[in-house]
Structures are given as structure tokens and as C-alpha cells.
Design a protein around this ligand. Structure first.
Ligand SMILES: Cc1cc2nc3c(=O)[nH]c(=O)nc-3n(C[C@H](O)[C@H](O)[C@H](O)COP(=O)(O)O)c2cc1C
Length: 188
């Protein structure tokens, strides 16, 4: 069974990202196609990139980088639960991506984006440009959640039906890509 790593991109106290990620983790678990794990960037607390070498070399000097490398390296697929800040991805997500290189290569990523009217789509489009440089496959089948705060009740995210359906489609596609891209990661 492929491992899906859900990355929580917001680090703000009181973030909406946490209830959205909790729902998505539970839903992805019920999907049945993945061994689901979560990386919370707030808990991980990576400093701004503090490695002297290009990540392609894998010559890490910091324990936090080695821990992050193990977590990402063990994953077969990713889902980013990400808000839009000023029409862009969060700085914490960009920083976490920049830390590594080979660990991301040839793995698919599904984007669960949220925000106001835009549903975080501008940030999602921006992430696609970055992750393809890391040789990842960002799926066209994403989950966009407009007016996300309207769907938080008593601290829990209550997804509209369209969001649930798009999550199902995205997880199905992630499972397909995870299987196909695994062959590219095998040594030739
Ligand atoms: C610094 C900042 C910038 C924001 N910029 C946008 C934006 O460009 N588009 C948008 O739809 N919402 C924007 N928002 C509103 C967020 O969508 C909303 O605050 C959401 O709850 C943020 O996710 P989080 O709570 O998980 O951090 C912004 C919020 C913050 C804190």
C-alpha cells in the first residue's frame, strides 16, 4: 500500500488548516488506497533553509533536515492542505519544499487548497510551477474550498458535497500516479 503524506501548510495559531487537514486525513484513511501519515509544518518548525549545500547533494548538516528527509523520502504520494496568502503559497510550504530534492522526485501531489472566493486556486497554480521543478507530478484533479471559514462548525470542518466528491476523485488519481511513478524511482 503506498504511503500518502499529508502536509499541513499553515502554521498560524488558530489556523483553519488544522480542521481541514483532520477531515482530509480521516477521509483519505477511509478511501483505503493509502497508508496515511501527516506532516504538520507548525510542529515540524523548520527554520528558514539553513543547509550549506544544494539539497540535490543530500549532504545534510542539521538533524531537522535529516528528520524531514526521512519523512518525505518514505512517502509515495503527497497532499498539500494549503491556504492562499496574498495570492501565493505560504512561506512555510515553500521553505519546506526547498529543503529537499531527491526525496520529492517522481512522486505525485494533490492540492487541497482553501481561501475566500478563489478557493486558494492562485496559490495552487503557483505551487505547480515549483513542484514540477522538483520532478513531482501535480494532479489536475484538486480540491478547492472557497469561503472555507463558513464550513467550520465547532472547530470541525464540514465539507460541502462537491468538496467530498472532488477529494474522492483526487485520491483515486493519486493512487494511480503513485503506482505508475514508482517505476521511475527504481534504479536503472
Ligand atoms: C497573510 C494572509 C494573507 C491572506 N491572503 C489571502 C488571499 O490572497 N486570498 C484568499 O482567498 N484569502 C487570503 N487570506 C485569508 C485566508 O484564506 C484565511 O485567513 C484562511 O483562514 C487562512 O488559512 P489558515 O487559517 O489555515 O492559515 C489571507 C490570510 C492571511 C493571514
Amino acid at each position: 500500500m503506498p504511503t500518502l503524506l499529508i502536509i499541513i501548510a499553515s502554521t498560524r495559531p488558530g489556523r483553519v488548516g488544522l480542521p481541514v487537514a483532520r477531515w482530509f486525513e480521516e477521509y483519505a484513511g477511509r478511501h483505503g488506497g493509502f497508508d496515511v501519515k501527516v506532516a504538520d509544518l507548525a510542529e515540524l518548525d523548520l527554520p528558514l533553509l539553513d543547509e550549506p549545500h544544494h539539497p540535490r547533494m543530500g549532504q545534510y548538516t542539521q538533524e531537522h533536515t535529516r528528520a524531514w528527509s526521512r519523512m518525505v523520502g518514505q512517502a509515495d504520494a503527497f497532499a498539500f492542505v494549503m491556504p492562499e496568502y496574498n495570492y501565493a503559497m505560504t512561506a512555510s510550504l515553500k521553505n519546506a519544499l526547498d529543503y529537499l530534492y531527491n526525496e520529492w522526485n517522481y512522486k505525485p501531489v494533490g492540492l487541497v487548497s482553501y481561501g475566500g472566493m478563489s478557493g486558494g486556486l492562485r496559490a495552487a497554480q503557483m505551487v505547480k510551477e515549483v513542484v514540477t521543478t522538483l520532478r513531482m507530478m501535480p494532479l489536475p484533479e484538486g480540491v478547492g474550498i472557497p469561503f472555507v471559514s463558513q464550513h467550520i462548525k465547532d472547530g470541525a470542518f464540514q465539507p460541502p458535497e462537491l468538496v467530498v466528491e472532488s477529494a474522492r476523485v483526487m485520491l483515486d488519481e493519486l493512487a494511480r500516479w503513485a503506482g505508475a511513478l514508482r517505476t521511475l524511482r527504481e534504479p536503472v
